[in-house]
Ligand binder design. Structure first.
Ligand code: NAP
Length: 277
């Protein structure tokens, strides 16, 4: 059993691109609504890394009660600003703000988290140059750990638009070889039947300690935990600690997928700047 160090991978990704960051000095607009402490702490950690790599972050905050019309107009205007290279709108948004509408007003050339229909569609046609940062972070972790998943059995638990679904497309992509992918969700009949034979299991469920040893016994899989859950005053993942000992390799929470998501986002910013800036 080996514990993957997401922070180390994140630093490595940033250092590998240091010269490019310093050459391009990309500018990222980070938009958020309200004042949720978890969003603020996420933005703070992004800003801290950015400072070290000549990445300029412009933080734009909206009141919880902002009208959808005003919000969309402002996002469109930020996205059109020639001085801005990328825009990210932090989720979750209040219920009256529809992320689908937001995705339609962002210029795909500034769409650093790959939410626009153009960039998202390119995942299906396999001609993408960027991918949503959290699922791409999973692929980056495997790449940096030299784990080739070509032809492997992958079980993803979760089918959301931001994690599970795009991750299934990345695992299938010919760019990375191509795994055999099963996507499981709340309507799936017998999840252990699939996870017990998987080489790699990714959890993106949002339920503390969802994955227990009964799901993995004897097949020693690679476990990647995307979950971020607040449980008894601390941050925990979707995988129970006990399950780690039945794995070949695992990512912890915190310190696994989270930090690599941030470096993947900055890598996306660089790719957009290099291609369209
Ligand atoms: N590390 C990062 O950077 C990062 C980024 C984004 C999200 N996250 C975390 O990742 C987790 C998932 O996020 P998300 O946005 O994908 O969440 P989401 O939209 O709530 O999706 C959760 C998925 O889990 C499935 N699910 C729920 N209960 C289940 C059960 N009992 N059995 C099987 N499947 C079940 C749901 O199935 P249905 O579709 O059938 O409802 C859904 O597909 C959260 O903890 C979130 O905080 C982390």
């Amino acid at each position: 059993m080996y514990r993957i160090d997401g922070k180390k991978i994140s630093n490595l990704m940033m250092e590998e691109n240091r010269e490019k960051f310093e050459k391009y000095k990309p500018k990222l607009a980070v938009v958020y609504v309200g004042d949720s402490p978890s969003t603020l702490s996420y933005i703070k950690s992004k800003s801290k890394i950015a400072q070290n790599y000549s990445i300029d972050i412009k933080i734009v905050n909206f009141d919880e009660k902002v009208s959808e019309e005003k919000f969309l107009t402002e996002i469109e205007s930020i996205s059109k600003n020639k001085d801005i290279d990328g825009v990210i709108v932090e989720k979750p948004l209040p219920e009256h703000l529809d992320i689908k509408k937001v995705s339609e007003v962002i210029d795909y050339r500034k769409d650093v988290d790959c939410i626009t229909p153009t960039n998202y569609g390119k995942l299906i046609t396999d001609d993408f140059i960027i991918a949503p940062s959290t699922p791409m972070a999973v692929i980056n972790i495997l790449k940096y750990e030299n784990i080739d998943f070509t032809g492997k059995d992958v079980a993803i638990i979760g089918r959301s638009e931001i994690v599970g679904k795009p991750l299934s497309l990345l695992f299938l992509s010919k760019k990375f070889g191509g795994a055999t992918v099963t996507v499981l969700h709340s309507k799936s009949k017998d999840i252990p039947e699939f996870t017990k034979r998987a080489d790699i299991i990714v959890t993106a469920v949002g339920k503390p300690f969802f994955l227990t040893k009964e799901y993995v016994q004897n097949n020693q899989p690679i476990l990647i935990d995307v979950g971020i859950n607040y449980f008894e005053g601390k941050i925990v993942g979707d995988i129970s600690y006990e399950t780690y000992q039945y794995s070949k390799v695992y990512t912890p929470v915190p310190g696994g997928v989270g930090p690599v998501t941030v470096s993947t986002l900055f890598k996306n910013l660089l790719i957009l700047k290099e291609n369209y800036g």
